[in-house]
Design a protein around this ligand. Structure first.
Ligand SMILES: NC(=O)c1ccc[n+]([C@@H]2O[C@H](COP(=O)([O-])OP(=O)(O)OC[C@H]3O[C@@H](n4cnc5c(N)ncnc54)[C@H](OP(=O)(O)O)[C@@H]3O)[C@@H](O)[C@H]2O)c1
Length: 287
């Protein structure tokens, strides 16, 4: 199985790099902007023509949610236009595309976990650019998988767990929003799930959307408290409302994803957020 991982220096992409040695049946090719700039359409055309792949897992993305409000062109270029090009090139070269999307395609007004076919109504430039990327994949692919995920955390790059660990060891008190509800996703679990999916997809010839996050429904405040407790820090975490912590981009107040479809279709056992968080904090301590 030959797999191309694009955006492989990011949080999710780096996780695939770390799993490489455990998957001897897979031949991985890792690229990031230096080796394959997805906005360079000629380079993408040549790369996919000259190299044979069974899968492309697109982990590249414009992920600076607040900055995207000020530079929508950059967000749309990578999250939508480059994805359209990638989907077309994958189709021509018979590569199955696994594309990563986001809970931010929803408006957050639901009162139950979002299902894959729920109405889409992003409220931020980032969310809208990711929605356009999804639409392009569905239009130009015939056997792609779109995985919507949320609140990514990992050993790599910048994320909430690392930020709280850093601030929590410097400060006595931190305020964290308690009125945005969702579920974290640990890239180790997600990368593992994606590799499990690739081994069971063979004869499927339809586009499918799936939701994936850890098990459990929490606020950022509850998440921060758990990070501090598990790490053995003493910093006090105080709950605040979103209006006391304004951000440029509007976040969905509720973005819990229903994972029933991915569990049923692939027999995946989804990890509880707290056990994955404990493992991540152990791993970070070893660094
Ligand atoms: N982070 C989250 O909480 C979250 C939540 C839901 C969904 N997602 C989605 O999950 C996916 C992975 O997220 P992530 O957090 O792993 O992202 P990330 O850490 O920001 O990684 C994205 C990678 O793409 C690279 N990249 C930027 N421009 C590129 C280009 N033109 N060509 C090729 N690569 C390029 C980035 O390089 P530079 O760093 O040099 O720009 C970076 O290495 C994204 O599609 C994101 O939208 C993320």
């Amino acid at each position: 199985m030959k797999i191309l991982i694009t955006g492989s220096n990011g949080q999710l992409g780096s996780e695939f790099r770390s799993l490489e040695n455990k998957y001897r049946d897979y031949q991985f090719t890792f690229t990031d902007i230096e080796e394959l700039d997805l906005t360079d359409f000629k380079a993408v055309h040549l790369f996919l023509k000259e190299n044979k792949f069974d899968y492309c897992v697109n982990c590249a993305g414009y992920t600076a949610v607040d900055k995207a409000e000020d530079e929508p062109d950059k967000a749309f270029l990578l999250n939508a236009i480059a994805v359209e090009n990638l989907a077309k090139e994958c189709a021509v070269n018979k590569i199955r595309l696994i594309h990563i999307s986001t809970d931010y395609v929803f408006d957050g007004n639901s009162t139950r976990p979002y299902r894959e076919d729920d109405p889409l109504s992003p409220e931020s430039v980032y969310g809208f650019s990711k929605l356009k990327g999804e639409e392009a994949v569905l239009k130009y692919s015939s056997n792609a998988i779109i995985i919507r995920t949320a609140w990514l955390c990992s050993r790599y790059g910048k994320n909430f767990v690392k930020t709280i660990l850093n601030l929590g060891s410097e400060k006595n008190e931190l305020s964290v929003v308690d009125d945005q509800i969702g579920s974290p996703t640990f890239t180790h679990d997600l990368a593992f799930a994606i590799l499990q999916i690739t081994s069971s997809l063979k004869n499927r010839n339809t586009n499918e959307i799936y939701h994936y996050s850890s098990e459990g429904i929490i606020s950022w405040f509850i998440f921060a408290k758990a990070i501090i407790e598990i790490a053995g820090l003493t910093c006090e975490i105080k709950p605040v409302n979103t209006n006391e912590y304004p951000t440029k981009a509007k976040r969905p107040v509720y973005s819990v994803l229903d994972k029933g479809k991915i569990e049923n279709d692939f027999g995946l056992e989804i990890q509880d957020w707290k056990s994955s968080l404990s493992k991540l904090i152990q791993d970070l301590k070893k660094l």
